[in-house]
Design a protein around this ligand. Structure first.
Ligand SMILES: [Zn+2]
Length: 246
């Protein structure tokens, strides 16, 4: 007779884990870390632009001031949102564990062995998943913030920047230093000739992407000729050609 006591006991403990004070603390701390990082890091591209440009500095200061009033609310909202995502993870993992138990039982694996597998699988699985979601949420929200700030100041284009290391995926490597219009995001996979695509999105807008958008505040700071994403392809343009399409 198959004895599932061990496995189902663990499953119910995983469900309890969602309400475990330690895990809730972990979720809250992880969420806070995500957002703190986001709000200290989001200014990075603007600071970089400001460093090279007096107009950029004024824009950056104006944005900081503008951020002052809603920033407290935005901050709390983001922490809560991320904490909620993280808190829901044990239940996701519980579903996976349930599926794992069924599969292993059918295979005839002993319950004590299944229990052992599950003990190893959890909580590492939920932490790994939390980290993936955290990274994706941070870069997505960071890009969204840059976009909102750009649109508020009439900055219509940005330069797609990669982290320029060996971990950058091929489809994003071809986007490095390409000028992109906020209203016209590319499909990097399509541009790279891949069959599996993830739709159109901006720098930082997809899982495990460390790319970011650097707003184009001053055309004098762009190296010409430059690569431009236009009419569905990456084109090399002189400043004159670019000014015609802006
Ligand atoms: Zn990327």
């Amino acid at each position: 007779m198959i004895d599932l006591d061990d496995a189902s006991e663990i499953l119910s403990r995983i469900r309890d884990y969602a309400n475990n004070p330690d895990f809730i603390d972990y979720a809250q701390a992880a969420a806070l870390k995500m957002v703190t990082h986001l709000f200290t890091d989001a200014g990075r591209t603007w600071r970089q632009a400001a460093k090279r440009n007096s107009k950029g500095l004024r824009i950056f200061e104006a944005l900081l001031k503008e951020m002052q009033s809603p920033i407290g609310a935005a901050f709390r909202f983001q922490v809560e949102r991320n904490a909620a995502i993280i808190r829901s993870l044990p239940l996701d993992v519980a579903k996976q564990v349930n599926h794992h138990i069924m599969t292993e039982v059918v295979k005839g694996t002993r319950a004590s062995e299944i229990a052992q597998q599950i003990k190893q699988y959890f909580p590492e699985a939920s932490k790994a998943k939390a980290n993936l979601i955290a990274r994706t949420e941070v870069s997505k929200t960071s890009t969204a913030l840059t976009q909102v700030r750009s649109e508020a100041t009439g900055v219509n284009w940005y330069i797609w920047r990669t982290s320029e290391d060996s971990r950058v995926r091929g489809s994003h490597r071809i986007m490095d230093q390409v000028l992109v219009k906020w209203t016209n995001p590319p499909s990097p996979e399509k541009l790279d000739g891949q069959t599996r695509t993830y739709g159109n999105y901006h720098a930082g807008g997809i899982f495990n992407c460390r790319c970011y958008a650097e707003p184009v505040i001053d055309l004098n700071l762009v190296k010409w000729p430059a690569k431009v994403y236009y009419s569905g392809s990456i084109q090399r343009m002189t400043r004159k050609q670019f000014e015609k399409i802006v």
